[in-house]
Design a protein around this ligand. Sequence first.
Ligand SMILES: Cc1cc2nc3c(=O)[nH]c(=O)nc-3n(C[C@H](O)[C@H](O)[C@H](O)COP(=O)(O)OP(=O)(O)OC[C@H]3O[C@@H](n4cnc5c(N)ncnc54)[C@H](O)[C@@H]3O)c2cc1C
Length: 356
Amino acid sequence: MSSVTVVGGGLVGLATAVRLADAGHAVTLMDPDPASGATHHAGGMLAPVAEVIYRQEALFPLMLRSAALYPGLLRVVDKHTDLPTGYRTEGTLVLAADRADAAHLAQLSEYQSANGMEVERLTLRAARKLEPALSPQLAGAVHIPGDHQVNPRMFAAALLDALNNLGVVIRREHATTIPDDEQVVLANGLGAAALHPGLQLRPVYGDILRLGVPDHLAPLLTRVVRGFVEDRAVYLIPRTDGTLAIGATSREDDRPVPRAGAVHDLLRDATRLVPGIGECDFLEATTGARPGTPDDLPYLGRVDDQLIISTGYFRHGILLTALAAEATLALVERRDPGLDLHACAPHRHATQKEHP
Ligand SMILES: Cc1cc2nc3c(=O)[nH]c(=O)nc-3n(C[C@H](O)[C@H](O)[C@H](O)COP(=O)(O)OP(=O)(O)OC[C@H]3O[C@@H](n4cnc5c(N)ncnc54)[C@H](O)[C@@H]3O)c2cc1C
């Protein structure tokens, strides 16, 4: 058994610390304010299929593997806490607002099917039977049964409770150097670049809204609804606590507060798919920074005897948390992680000077 310090208590660091402590390692977690980074703002979709992006084939096996590992991770967490995670398995609907959007959706579904993913074309009548709140004026619908969700804030609180129950030491401190311990896992999102040269991380901002569904409309939706509206992507995520998240923009303009135009666009597009949105309570608009890398793949691997890097999860960090935790446990124990992680090598973007 090893003594391991995990730097960073976003979803990745928290789940990794739980997995390590559950396996019997002596774990310390360092974070001045756990779950205050991208995790606090995330939608929480576990969407290996709907999130498929053309020409990013290296990501698909990681995403699919992580989705498959999720139930196992949740079982481990459940052993150590009674708090809920907001895990829901009702699946995801993807909608098209107009005919051009329907053509785009049909093309995307063919690409997903061609890559062995499960997608079902639905008639609009069938889609509205599943979700009666959908607009009657849509142009296409697809059902993705395997794309699920967690509530990232709830899940983070459950993980923190599990860590306390497991006796993990939580140091509410900002690491300014690599801590002195037998093994160290750098899982501090965008902050990792300051501690380890050669990691190229950049913030990709996302605006996201939270609404309250009034009693007379509840539940407005029962599953995740995504859509294309005049070629813009939008998603609506119903939570077990009666709230609804609507997201998200993607911008690299270094403005870390919600943009008024983004709030307007998200509400307009969401209302086009689900007209009842206009009746909901507006609770919150926030902006989070996704930890992006030059090739959109994470940095996940061992760099020397002491140090393991686990960051750069970009748009998929909630989904990839299960893979990150499982692979890091294997790396700490110097076992084969069971998946080819070469594409995620932490030094692939380092210069000769940073990684001689
Ligand atoms: C609007 C939005 C929507 C998203 N939706 C989804 C989604 O639906 N599905 C999905 O899979 N992903 C989604 N993501 C992406 C996801 O949120 C991130 O990939 C994920 O949260 C990254 O987790 P993390 O633990 O690596 O980093 P973070 O959550 O950013 O956590 C990093 C932690 O490290 C700590 N830290 C930083 N520096 C130090 C230091 N020096 N010492 C100690 N601690 C430190 C911080 O305090 C923070 O708590 C979304 C992101 C955004 C912004």
